[in-house]
Design a protein around this ligand. Sequence first.
Ligand code: NOJ
Length: 442
Amino acid sequence: MAWWDNAVVYQIYPRSFQDSDGDGAGDLRGITARLDYLAWLGVDAFWLSPIYPSPLADFGYDVSDYTDVAPEYGKLEDFDELVAAAHDRGLRVLLDLIPCHTSIEHPWFREHPDWYIWSPVEGPPNNWVSAFGGPAWSRDERTGRWYLHSFYPEQPDLDWQNPAVVEAFQGVVRFWLDRGVDGFRLDAIDKLIKDDRLRDDPPASGDFPLPLRPDAAKLERVYSGHRPEAIDTLGTIRAAAGDALLVGEVFQPTHEYPPYLEVLDLVFAFELLFAPWDAARLRAAIAPAAELGRVAWVMSNHDFDRLATRLGPAHVRAAATLLLTLPGTTFVYQGDEIGLANGPGADPPYDRAGRDPMRHPMQWDTSATGGFTTGVPWLPAVDPTERNVEAQRADPDSLLHHYRGLIARRKDLGPFRLLDSEPDVLAYERGDEVIAIETKPG
Ligand code: NOJ
């Protein structure tokens, strides 16, 4: 049995978890200072959203150096201390690996232009669109050539057909494994390889089961990504990672996951993340993923509405019961365990794709910043007097204790089987125990 079987992985958004130096942004020492909380909660591991130097066009998902820590988060020594302190408490550490693109400010972009994907013509060579809207091709002002970016223009796509890119990334993986990390969450890997003939994506032939921005929804994105060749390429990451945990972010429906699982351990079950609070829809999302087995269950993250906002506060307790009694590995996004909802974001926004509201700081106590910082937080606390860790720890009936109790029981749950049930109830057994999740409008 692997360590991640039945594990609970806690997602930390480093910028918003705990600030230790009063600059208003979270940092690694802040995380280390909060590890006793994670140990108390009972999780097995935590995943750190990107900690690398970044110009923050996509808040860390635009990396300008894969083998260092962003100065506002600390130094490599702080990372080493964090890993050691985590391991002392039996907590495993996962990093975010972003192989599809770098920051446009990564030195590779100028030093190794052949590591990126360029249009063979003067202008976009096809109709591919960026995940955030608009064309996936932009003109590089310095050279006049057009480069591909599956996300923001500040994130040029790497050319994984170039063996030098493979080698560089294998080096990155080994660098962090040597520093003691236990695995990686792999960002956007269905975009890793594109059609080498750069063919146009055809028009969409039906509804895609996951949400897409309007431009992308019009196309069947079969050439701009999700290529069968990606599996061999991912194999090169596996070769470097050995038996470290690899969890893939594959923004595709469940039935597309099997090839990815040839080289990865787990793939996020996105259909559950987007399922409305309706027994039949939840069941439809869960059944195929549970059958596949090796999925990472997830109901929220830093990209989409928070659980309490998406489902409504009335359902957060039942949602926790569901998430933490599904079989296999489960991911919990920081703050969901205290019922944190979306915040107001910033004006003007930091994130052009509108994701600031899901990234407000963790709330530890009732103080104005929720105990997140002694300075001015980069995003304000949402409602620390109404919900915070300190108060919920003191209250055995709180949502936080509900999470903790579920996590504690999780490893003892028996085999999973979906049961027939009345409408508005999702029922399944875990061994001798029957779990019934009510989804009546609350
Ligand atoms: C998925 C990440 O979760 C998201 O935050 C990011 O914007 C894209 N991948 C691009 O890296």
